[in-house]
Design a protein. Structure first.
Length: 144
């Protein structure tokens, strides 16, 4: 059977979900949290590092901050895209005000910035707020 490796976005536990059961809302073996939620959740830099390197599925991070107007405009759009792409990519958020070193390390100059990761590598980067449809379209060009 084929498995998909996914890091739990809540507790950081590495999980293996059967590929043909991705539509049955797989849960974390450690904390019981759904591995794929209906909206983009905020993650910590620790979980980000783990998920970026371990996950088989494309991980798309929206780097944002509470003071950033365009970020707040984009949040519901990003959630809509997360819902539409469920099972194809995981969309998460990282608060750059709370975790400034992460955005420094990645050389992020403006927010919102979306970065897609697979196998520990950056596969695309896009700055600026976008509507859900555009986000979905962009991410789809990078999913397997
Ligand atoms: Zn968990």
């Amino acid at each position: 059977m084929d498995y998909v490796k996914m890091t739990c976005l809540k507790c950081g536990q590495g999980n293996r979900a059967p590929k043909d059961k991705l539509n049955d809302a797989p849960k974390c073996a450690n904390c019981g949290q759904p591995l794929m939620g209906d909206k983009a959740v905020d993650i910590t830099p620790q979980t980000f590092d783990k998920a970026k390197n371990l996950d088989d599925m494309l991980l798309v991070v929206d780097f944002w901050a509470p003071w950033c107007g365009p970020c707040r405009t984009m949040a519901p759009e990003f959630n809509k895209a997360a819902q539409a792409l469920k099972g194809k990519a995981r969309l998460v958020k990282l608060n750059t005000e709370q975790y400034q070193t992460v955005s420094q390390k990645l050389g992020i100059r403006g927010i919102p910035t979306m970065i897609g990761f697979r196998d520990g590598k950056e596969v695309f980067r896009q700055s600026g707020a976008m509507p859900a449809q555009q986000i979905e379209k962009l991410i789809k060009t990078h999913t397997r």
